[in-house]
Structures are given as structure tokens and as C-alpha cells.
Design a protein around this ligand. Structure first.
Ligand SMILES: [Zn+2]
Ligand SMILES: [Zn+2]
Length: 179
């Protein structure tokens, strides 16, 4: 799920999925290993997928299921058991057409599909800081988390403090002094 959310957020910021370097960084981050070298078509396909997944995350559960099914049909994941490094047997989803983008699509769509099946899509929330709006998975007990990161939380706290200070100084200067 981390990869699916990262893909949505990368597309959202319009700068983290722009170049082939961005693409390789993304693939490294999520340990996507393919025998194929990523090409420009993969980048274009993943930017499109980012938009599709963003709509999934914002949709109702039923609509999200329908949209994810469309991505699953296109990417056509073939599950395979794999074991490597310190990881015991686990499922890999290879895409039938073997392209890097389809592999990412297959993996991301399967992750979102599992969330929908477990009815956990509601744990996916959007950052409350205006100008960020990144998605994150809220694992807090009461689902009260509002920000994607400590950075957003801090910068909103600073902004709120400035607003309060500005409005309190405006109030005190407009209040006529007695004496
Ligand atoms: Zn693996
Ligand atoms: Zn944020």
C-alpha cells in the first residue's frame, strides 16, 4: 500500500515523477526489480496510473472496487511465490505483459484491492495542511491523525500561531485604551 500511496503523492506534487531519474528513484524506493529497463512509456503510464489511483482513494468503497478492477484487468497480475534476501516466501505480482509500469500497476492495484476487501480504505486520509493534501494511512486508534508528516503538522502549527498573534494584536490595537 505504501507504494500505491507514494505513487499517488508523487503524481500530485508534479515534480517527483517527472524524469527518468524520478522513475528509477521510485522503483528503488519500492524495490521493484524487473529484467526490463524502464522506458519513457513506463513513466507516462505511471503518471496516468497515479491519477487513476488518486480517484480510487477518493471514491466510495463500491466505486473504488470498480475502478481497481479496471486497473487489475489492464495490468493482469500473475501471483508468484518468491523468496529472496531476508524475506521468507511471499507473493510477487508480475504483470503479464512484463513492462515495468504494468508491474507497478499490478502490485499497487493488488495492495489497494486488499484494503478494499478488508474494508480499510477509510484508514487512507488526506493531509489537512492546505497546499499539501498528500495521502497517508492513518493507523492511529481513533483515526484522528490530520497530517501526512511531522513537517506538515509543524508548519500548520506555526501558521496557526502567526494567525492568532496577528489577530490578537489587531484586536488590541483597535481597542481604545482607557486612562
Ligand atoms: Zn519480494
Ligand atoms: Zn502534508
Amino acid at each position: 500500500m505504501r507504494m500505491a500511496i507514494d505513487l499517488v503523492n508523487a503524481g500530485e506534487s508534479h515534480s517527483s515523477l517527472e524524469t527518468m531519474d524520478d522513475l528509477s528513484a521510485f522503483l528503488d524506493r519500492h524495490e521493484v526489480r524487473s529484467t526490463r529497463t524502464p522506458i519513457h512509456a513506463d513513466l507516462a503510464q505511471l503518471r496516468r496510473l497515479s491519477g487513476e489511483l488518486r480517484e480510487v482513494l477518493g471514491a466510495s468503497r463500491d466505486a473504488a472496487a470498480r475502478r481497481v478492477n479496471r486497473i487489475l484487468t489492464e495490468s493482469d497480475p500473475c501471483p508468484r511465490l518468491a523468496r529472496h534476501g531476508d524475506h521468507d516466501w511471499h507473493l510477487h505480482y508480475d504483470a503479464r505483459d512484463g513492462s515495468v509500469a504494468s508491474m507497478v500497476a499490478a502490485r499497487a492495484a493488488m495492495a489497494v484491492a486488499c484494503f478494499i476487501r478488508a474494508d480499510e480504505l477509510s484508514t487512507v486520509a488526506r493531509c489537512s495542511r492546505s497546499g499539501c493534501r498528500a495521502y497517508f494511512v492513518d493507523l492511529s486508534r481513533n483515526r484522528h491523525r490530520r497530517y501526512c508528516s511531522a513537517r506538515c503538522s509543524n508548519s500548520d502549527a506555526v501558521a496557526a500561531f502567526r494567525t492568532r498573534r496577528a489577530s490578537s494584536s489587531a484586536t488590541s490595537s483597535s481597542t481604545p485604551r482607557r486612562g
